[in-house]
Write a protein that binds this ligand. Sequence first.
Ligand SMILES: [Zn+2]
Length: 148
Amino acid sequence: MENSAEQLFEDSAIRRALRDALLESRSGTKQPIEQGGFIVRDASTLRPVVRRLSAGLADSFQIPLCPDGQFRGEQILGSFHTHPNTGPEWQEEPSRQDIRLVTEYPETIGPWHFVIGPVRTYCIGNDGTVKVLGVTDDVLQIDSEDQS
Ligand SMILES: [Zn+2]
């Protein structure tokens, strides 16, 4: 069963994990670093959970290919990375490479790939369609929940 993009964000544990990833991206600092990972179905609880990958670079993020649609034995429900770079020379929107990755490797990416910026959160579908999920503070419910 496939979760809709919005459904994945209804889970507070998912939102918390994505907030952590954004926080650890050090957006707006001199040393931003892209973070990301997979949203998988936990093999024992069957709930969606975030599995983080090692940090990327200041302006790129690597996702290991998972041609069987599984990451370490768990079904991939989606994937994400952050875009922490701000300033006039950067675009927060998904890059052309991001979109190409999603369309060319749907098994690895899962049905949705989220690009989380400090201002907006974007969703890329397997057909390459990019939509704005919303303002990141709203999507991840930053401020309205206990951050601890
Ligand atoms: Zn990107």
